[in-house]
Design a protein around this ligand. Structure first.
Ligand SMILES: CCCC(=O)/C(O)=C/OP(=O)(O)O
Ligand SMILES: [Mg+2]
Length: 403
């Protein structure tokens, strides 16, 4: 209970993994041990890393050996923030050859110092008043360089399609044509206007950009302008600002975490950090309410088993943390809804940009096609059968097919 457990897969020309493990346990905690005076050793014992387990693996090839090594790091070595954890368990070690962090277990006694999702699945559902179906989110497309009026019109068209949330694209930074607060205000108004037709609330996750030192104030300023959700590129800005936004009682809106840059960390089998840690464990702990990640079926596909581990980390029962929404994304179209639902069930958020805006009848029809697909799956009806009487879905299946 008093240790963070980190498991690494290490490949080395040296067969002596016991020595390697001991070196990590000591080197990333108290540094050296034998030359400490006895009195000092007794005091330092509580800070000393321990080798928890070593499991040798089949050699990768002649004289390249492999093993899984688990190290226990005393939580008293950390301040209650993710930079401290990452720097300790995979700071210097990340530069030490073929080492990959494949699992990270945070004890509840330490986890309780982190915010976790402020709203979580149930809280977001309560804001939207939607309990009986998966949610639908759409993404602004080609918003960069767009004038404010054009953006507001695109928001309105997406909202008319029956989406529950609309997010900025993660690459939307330029505030030249559509300054943050003005964009938030204009989209809020369009959301209310669309609600007169759809009868639905819609959340707008505007992209919260830097500088990091001003993001808390910028978030509060956006909320005064009517922001009811925020999008954050967590890895470029850092888990710590996500945690501070989630902890701040004056930022009472759901936080949507984008996975931008995460592929640089999880992409290699021999290096980096497993995706379920980056996009699951740490995102939930730091306070994301929704976490986007590459779906197994889309355009930047991730191995299905890993996507299910991400969802597992986000939604598992936890002593302190609410569940966060798992949002498989990229290349999502209505034909994928049955498989996404099979993977994630009711607490799925279907999230699409091109799959909405690329609909031949326009983005509103794109949203309707997704709603029709979701309704069909909930009714146990095939998409083809549902498409017989629903034009928007029929055309969507013609364009993108069904996997
Ligand atoms: C995994 C992130 C997905 C994303 O940022 C995005 O913009 C997806 O757009 P579409 O692939 O749905 O057009
Ligand atoms: Mg995007």
């Amino acid at each position: 209970e008093n240790y963070v457990l980190a498991t690494y897969r290490i490949q080395s020309e040296s067969y002596d993994f016991a020595k390697k493990a001991q070196g990590i346990a000591m080197g990333l905690t108290v540094g050296s041990w034998t030359d400490l005076p006895l009195a000092k050793q007794e005091m330092m014992q509580q800070h000393l890393g321990q080798v928890a387990d070593i499991r040798e693996l089949p050699a990768v090839y002649d004289n390249l050996y492999a093993a899984e090594i688990q190290i226990a790091y005393p939580v008293i070595n950390f301040s209650p923030d993710i930079p401290a954890i990452l720097t300790t368990v995979f700071g210097k070690l990340s530069m030490d050859g073929k080492v990959r962090l494949i699992d990270l277990q945070i004890p509840d006694t330490f986890a309780r110092q982190f915010p976790g999702p402020k709203f979580g699945i149930q809280g977001v559902r309560e804001i939207l008043g939607v309990q009986d179906r998966p949610l639908l989110m759409s993404i602004f497309k080609s918003g960069v360089g767009m004038e404010l009026k054009e953006l507001a019109d695109q928001f309105y068209q997406q909202a008319l399609g029956g989406v529950d949330l609309i997010k900025d694209d993660e690459i939307f930074f330029s505030e030249t044509y559509a300054p943050f607060a003005e964009r938030v205000r204009a989209c809020r108004d369009k959301g209310l206007e669309a609600a007169e037709t759809t009868g639905q609330r819609v959340l707008y996750a505007a992209n919260l950009s830097g500088p990091v030192t001003k993001m808390i104030d910028k978030a509060k300023y956006a909320i005064e302008a009517g922001a009811n959700a925020l999008l954050l590129n967590v890895l470029p800005y850092g888990y710590d600002i996500l945690q501070r936004l989630a902890e701040d009682p004056d930022i009472p809106v759901p936080l949507v975490a984008h996975p931008a840059l995460s592929g640089a960390l999880y992409g290699s089998a021999d290096y980096g950090i497993a995706a379920h840690i980056i996009l699951g464990t740490l995102m939930r702990m730091a306070g994301a309410d929704l976490v986007l990640y590459p779906s197994p079926y889309g355009s930047v596909a991730m191995e299905r088993g890993e996507t299910l581990k991400i969802a597992g980390q986000l939604r598992s029962e936890h002593a302190y943390f609410k569940q966060a929404f798992a949002v498989p994304s990229a290349g999502i179209h209505p034909g994928l809804v049955p498989m996404l639902f099979e993977d994630l069930g009711m607490d799925l958020i279907v999230n699409a940009g091109g799959g909405v805006h690329g609909h031949p009848m326009g983005p509103a029809a794109g949203g309707q096609a997704f709603r029709q697909a979701i309704a069909a799956v909930l009714a146990g009806q095939s998409l083809e059968r549902a498409a017989e009487s629903q034009e928007e879905l029929r055309i969507a299946l013609q364009v993108w097919g069904k996997k």
